[in-house]
Unconditional design. Structure first.
Length: 145
């Protein structure tokens, strides 16, 4: 039982690290451009920054407090979702969030491995976080007195 718990914590750390790195990779590609200064895309960039920090905090809390790390991982996943949806599905995103966009829409969906990898990693973070939140707590055996 103890080894299974260690494996689950280690797997959670690895998945959080992967999601953090892949989200940071996408954010670094647009950081410093006019994307961050837009009225719609600016808050998306800010949410992505908070998500990256959330993934890092989740990594730190994964071993001592796995349920807290799971909650933080779920929140970070939710915060990184708008940036991923903006790049994967720009057509539906623009239909929902109307505004002035400086770049014309070229297609409604963009399927590339560079964009789908972080989305899949975020889905795996959600799965591991839900698994940690709803799994049984480790019962500590107390010696008989």
């Amino acid at each position: 039982m103890r080894n299974a718990l260690r494996f689950r914590k280690l797997a959670h750390v690895l998945v959080l690290s992967l999601a953090c790195w892949l989200t940071l990779r996408i954010f670094a590609a647009v950081d410093g451009s006019e994307f961050i200064g837009g009225s719609i895309t600016g808050p998306i960039g800010t949410m992505c920054e908070v998500a990256i920090i959330g993934f890092l905090v989740g990594i730190v809390f994964a071993f001592p407090f796995p349920r807290v790390a799971s909650g933080i991982g779920l929140l970070a996943s939710l915060l990184s979702l708008p940036l991923l949806l903006y790049f994967i599905a720009p057509g539906p995103f623009r239909a929902v969030f109307r505004g002035e966009y400086s770049v014309p829409l070229q297609s409604n969906f963009l399927w590339s491995a560079w964009l789908l990898e972080p989305a899949i990693a975020v889905l795996i973070v959600v799965a591991f976080s839900v698994w940690n939140l709803f799994s049984e707590r480790e019962k500590v055996k107390r010696p008989a007195t």
